[in-house]
Design a protein around this ligand. Sequence first.
Ligand SMILES: C[C@@]1(CC(=O)O)C2=NC(=C\c3[nH]c(c(CCC(=O)O)c3CC(=O)O)Cc3[nH]c(c(CC(=O)O)c3CCC(=O)O)/C=C3\N/C(=C\2)[C@@H](CCC(=O)O)[C@]3(C)CC(=O)O)/[C@H]1CCC(=O)O
Ligand SMILES: NC(=O)c1ccc[n+]([C@@H]2O[C@H](COP(=O)([O-])OP(=O)(O)OC[C@H]3O[C@@H](n4cnc5c(N)ncnc54)[C@H](O)[C@@H]3O)[C@@H](O)[C@H]2O)c1
Length: 198
Amino acid sequence: MLDSVLLPGGLERRVMAAPLYPLFMDLEGRRCVVVGGGKVALRKARRLAESGARVVVVAPEVLPELAGLAHEVVERPYRRGDLDGASLVFAATNKRAVNAAVAEEARDRRIPANVADAPGEGDFAVPSVLRRGALQVAISTGGASPALARRVRRELEERFGPEWTGLVGELSEARKSGRRAESELEGVVDRCLSQLQE
Ligand SMILES: C[C@@]1(CC(=O)O)C2=NC(=C\c3[nH]c(c(CCC(=O)O)c3CC(=O)O)Cc3[nH]c(c(CC(=O)O)c3CCC(=O)O)/C=C3\N/C(=C\2)[C@@H](CCC(=O)O)[C@]3(C)CC(=O)O)/[C@H]1CCC(=O)O
Ligand SMILES: NC(=O)c1ccc[n+]([C@@H]2O[C@H](COP(=O)([O-])OP(=O)(O)OC[C@H]3O[C@@H](n4cnc5c(N)ncnc54)[C@H](O)[C@@H]3O)[C@@H](O)[C@H]2O)c1
């Protein structure tokens, strides 16, 4: 569902009417089909591959980096049937009609879809993500301003240093070995958190 907001200067921007539901999904070993082989497809596929998904790319032209990380490249234009067996679908071509057809097949098959040029046609949006080991901070504006989501991510990246990766790893180990080990790390957590406020 899309809604309109009026920005200063009279600019109008269409955004999701209700806030999107945030979740973190286990995609390990799942088939995820990315239709399109350009810059936007690459960005979506990179994160899918990092999450252990089986990435299938369908496009007549595929960036080399994207072909490198895909499990399967179908080097031709999309056709109906390409979404068979997919857990998630990404319509990321530069052709409106193709993205609309992909969204339609996904809807028919009840596969959640992300539509790069018409978010309201799909089911979910991809957030901007800060990652430090197991710690992930996902930023969404619900499509209001992807550029703002990216700026907030960059701002947070300056504050969350590499020490957070180690800290989360140690907390995970401590948690496995019991309450006491976990509480011993509380001081370190407090120190890291207080540094964020500077
Ligand atoms: C966060 C990020 C994640 C990712 O993609 O990985 C992401 N877009 C990113 C970058 C980016 N997006 C755009 C530009 C070009 C410059 C500019 O306009 O700023 C750039 C910069 C670039 O490409 O370099 C333009 C754009 N984006 C959308 C439309 C269509 C529309 O709004 O109708 C158009 C107009 C296209 C056109 O008309 O040509 C739509 C979506 N983009 C989203 C996510 C979802 C909502 C996120 C949110 O707001 O919560 C949503 C709804 C759907 C989705 O794609 O999931 C990633 C930053 C990652 C990072 O750096 O951290
Ligand atoms: N959501 C976002 O984050 C975001 C950001 C920028 C742009 N966009 C939108 O995403 C679209 C794609 O952007 P891009 O920079 O990756 O474009 P691009 O021109 O780099 O790549 C387009 C890709 O689509 C493929 N393609 C064309 N026809 C196809 C078909 N019939 N079947 C399969 N693949 C086909 C091409 O082979 C190419 O690989 C843009 O048109 C723009 O509207 C979205």
